[in-house]
Design a protein around this ligand. Sequence first.
Ligand code: ADP
Ligand code: MG
Length: 257
Amino acid sequence: MSELVIHDLHVSIEGKPILNGVNLIVPQGEVHAIMGPNGTGKSTLAYTLIGHPSYQVTGGEVTFNGQNLLDKKADERSRLGVFLAFQYPVSIPGVTVANFLRTALNSRRKSANPEDKGISIPEFRKLLIEKMDYLRMDHAFAGRYLNEGFSGGEKKRAEILQMAVLRPQIAILDETDSGLDIDALRIVSEGVNALRGPDMGVLLITHYQRILNYVKPDYVHVMIDGKIVESGGPDLALHLEEHGYEWVREKYEATAA
Ligand code: ADP
Ligand code: MG
């Protein structure tokens, strides 16, 4: 049973408190969306879960499968089965997508079983082709240097392929407001829908409701001022689309007062 548990998480950036006690549980295989106005700390939560050094955890706990995530480095978190999109946004000239994915997979396997000798090249080729076919990707993609000259959509594809190969237990996607075009949105959504299931949960962080038209969440949470203040089913996202966030803020401020 894999479960992400965020308990009373407080995070500051350069001494300024941004997250003020986030509580959230994502049980195995569920898709949870976090929505909220700009500047309320959604990306801060994503970066904190990633282990970005600029984000100082000043209180609270985050565990995954009962293990403390916060004292682990980004690569250790990944080996535990936490997939962090945008973890490798830099291009790596000279390293092909296939090589990168095989190295990542082997590292994951080795941490699960220190005796693991790694996947053989023919076996890996077979796996990669199977995943690329599943995601309807051109096989030539595997031979390109990672992210080098990739379009926005191709970077997304590379991430989704990475997700398909590594089969994380939870994928955290911060669809930052820096505009995904409709193509990239479709790639991400189709990929997530193809891979979500009892074995893979998703934490989908988004300002816009539109991605939730494609990826149907089990639960929707609203973050205001660094706290999750409202939770509901998929209908909540539609309600927010229609009515905005102001009513949530008012309700929250009324209860806080
Ligand atoms: P969201 O993703 O919900 O739009 P963010 O987590 O990006 O919100 O930002 C939350 C708050 O933290 C904002 O007030 C923002 O200005 C501030 N912030 C984010 N990143 C930094 C940073 N690197 N340095 C200083 N302040 C930051
Ligand atoms: Mg953001």
